[in-house]
Design a protein around this ligand. Structure first.
Ligand code: URA
Length: 211
């Protein structure tokens, strides 16, 4: 694969909120609010290609030729636990979306990704799916999550994260070339513990104050 495929959402509001999230002095309450707001703004961009159809709407003064989203249903699948923080923002935009949950962990012996929880909407095969996690580091959890939703029948899958690393992007690009990746930044390094550097630290701990 020569060049990596991903979209950086460089809207000033997203970038401003990302800077606040990165800041080590930002506490859990503010961090959670920022994750939620950023996810909503990113989702807005990631949905730019939703198909619309024209409808006639009766206004108080006449008939307007107007547009509505045409018949596509959505499922939103956060990867536990950090991805959970991204649900509220997206649900504000699309309240009719259904939500699935996927939990994975890295097996320290094999270094492979193991699923420990997967509950998806029954009709996920008929829905466009956005999988979300705050960080895309090695790509192990992201690829496993895409495997699971595809196995359940989903065909149109996107992956949304706030900070990505090239290793994770490459893995998703190679394993699932049909999956579009949206992020707010691509950071250069992974450290020995496989954290993204400079990144924002452990996203789950930052959100839930567990450290
Ligand atoms: N998960 C995190 O929470 N942070 C990282 O930097 C990488 C993975």
């Amino acid at each position: 694969m020569d060049s990596l495929k991903y979209t950086v959402i460089d809207h000033p509001l997203v970038q401003h909120k990302l800077s606040l999230m990165r800041d080590v002095t930002t506490g859990s309450k503010e961090f959670r609010e920022l994750v939620s707001e950023t996810s909503m703004l990113m989702c807005y961009e990631a949905m730019r290609d939703l198909p619309v159809k024209e409808v006639d709407v009766q206004t108080p003064l006449g008939i307007a030729k107007s547009k509505v989203i045409s018949g596509r249903k959505l499922a939103y699948v956060p990867i536990l636990r950090a991805g959970l923080g991204m649900v509220d923002g997206v649900m504000n935009l699309i309240p009719a979306a259904k939500v699935g949950h996927i939990g994975t962990f890295r097996d320290p012996e094999t270094t492979g990704t193991v699923e420990y929880y997967c509950k998806l909407p029954k009709d996920i095969a008929n829905r466009d799916v956005i999988i979300a996690d705050i960080m895309l580091a090695t790509g192990g959890a992201a690829c496993e999550a895409v495997n699971l939703v595809k196995k359940a029948g989903a065909k149109n899958v996107k992956f949304m994260c706030i900070i990505a690393n090239e290793r994770g992007i490459k893995k998703v690009n190679e394993t699932h070339p049909d999956v579009q990746i949206y992020c707010a930044a691509v950071d250069p390094e992974l450290n020995e513990q496989l954290y993204i550097v400079p990144g924002l630290g452990d996203a789950g701990d930052r959100m839930y104050g567990t450290k």
